[in-house]
Write a protein that binds this ligand. Structure first.
Ligand code: ATP
Length: 156
C-alpha cells in the first residue's frame, strides 16, 4: 500500500517519546515521503531502531528523513555508548548482544536488529550502521519507493 513514511516516523517518535520520556527530534527537507510498502513491517523497523537508540543512550535522539529520486531513507542517530569495532559485523545476527555486562540492565534477546534487517530486505532496501564506541550510533535504512511491488514480485 501507499504510505507516508514521514507520518509513520512521526507517530512512532511521538509514541516512544511519551512512553519513555525522551526527546526525539525529526529532521526532514520537506519532500514527499510517500512510498509503496508494508506499513506494519516498516513500523516494526522504526520501533526496533528507536527502541535501541533510547536503550543505549541518554541524550536526545535524532530521526532524519531524506528523499532522493528513487529512494527514501531514514537515519536514527543517538549519542550513546556506541558499538565496538569488533562487534559491528555481528550485531545483525540473531541473539547477538554486545558484552552482557554492558547490556544486562536493558534486557532484550538480541533479536531486534536481525528482524529489522529481514524486514528491510523484504522491501529490497538496505540497512547500514555507523557507530563509534563512546560517541554514538547512526542506523540508516534506505528503501526504493516501489519497495512493495518488488517485495510482492519476489514472493510469487
Ligand atoms: P532485543 O531483542 O530486545 O531488540 P537487543 O537490543 O539486545 O534486544 P538488537 O536490537 O538485535 O538486540 O541489538 C543487538 C545488540 O547491538 C544490542 O544488544 C546492543 O549491544 C547493540 N546495539 C544495538 N543498537 C545499539 C545502539 N543504538 N547503541 C549501542 N549499541 C547498540
Amino acid at each position: 500500500n501507499e504510505l507516508d513514511l514521514l507520518q509513520l516516523c512521526e507517530n512512532a517518535a511521538k509514541h516512544m517519546s511519551v512512553t519513555f520520556k525522551r526527546d526525539i527530534e525529526i529532521i526532514t527537507n520537506g519532500s514527499d515521503f510517500r512510498l509503496l510498502a508494508d506499513e506494519n513491517k516498516l513500523k516494526q523497523v522504526v520501533y526496533i531502531l528507536l527502541d535501541n537508540a533510547r536503550k543505549y543512550s541518554q541524550e536526545p535522539i535524532t530521526l532524519e528523513l531524506t528523499e532522493t529520486g528513487r529512494t527514501l531513507s531514514f537515519s536514527i542517530q543517538d549519542r550513546g555508548v556506541g558499538i565496538p569495532e569488533e562487534d559491528k559485523d555481528k550485531i545483525f545476527d540473531r541473539f547477538y548482544r554486545v558484552d552482557q555486562a554492558r547490556t544486562r540492565e536493558t534486557g532484550g534477546a538480541g533479536l531486534g536488529l536481525s528482524i529489522a534487517k529481514k524486514l528491510v530486505a523484504a522491501h529490497k532496501g538496505r540497512i547500514t550502521l555507523d557507530s563509534t564506541e563512546g560517541e554514538g550510533t547512526t542506523v540508516t535504512v534506505t528503501l526504493p519507493k516501489t519497495a512493495e511491488r518488488k517485495a510482492q514480485k519476489d514472493e510469487k
